[in-house]
Design a protein. Structure first.
Length: 156
């Protein structure tokens, strides 16, 4: 026996609307680089190692497609997940609405006991936001902190 411990395997699945920052979050975390262009993801897996309580954890990060075209395919990536990052974009109210009415029900159906972490992406766009001089009829301001927290408390 060498005394060397094997890595603990954990799987994290990231879900959310298309173009809400899921891939960017994972690429930035794994490579310390910010992607220059948006390329829609169908399915992508990243692996990284982290230290936790003096143990090495092999963390598999599963990036999923948020577009409706992949609603039937996406659940195939959920098996054996230990945690779900449920993402929305802070510059789009509809993205937060979809957390409650699309993503949370889907995840609870396939992964009823897996913890969910709600993640608001694109904070820079919310912070830099300036409303147009003439508001369109369908105008929706960026998501506020209190709105995000309210949804987080409802999906616990």
């Amino acid at each position: 026996m060498t005394g060397r411990k094997e890595a603990i395997d954990r799987k994290l699945v990231v879900v959310g609307d298309g173009n809400c920052g899921k891939t960017c979050l994972l690429v930035t975390y794994c490579s310390d680089t910010f992607p220059d262009v948006y390329v829609p993801t169908v399915f992508e897996t990243y692996t990284t190692f982290v230290q936790f309580n003096q143990n090495t954890v092999r963390l598999s990060l599963w990036d999923t497609a948020g577009e409706e075209d992949y609603d039937r395919l996406r659940p195939l990536s959920y098996g054996q997940a230990n945690v779900v990052l449920m993402c929305f974009t802070l510059d789009n109210q509809d993205s937060l609405t979809n957390v409650e009415f699309k993503w949370e029900p889907e995840i609870r159906h396939y992964l009823p006991k897996v913890p969910i972490v709600l993640v608001g992406n694109k904070k820079d766009l919310r912070d830099d936001y300036r409303p147009p001089p003439v508001l369109p009829r369908n105008y929706k301001p960026p998501v506020t902190t209190s709105e995000g927290r309210a949804v987080a408390s409802r999906i616990r």
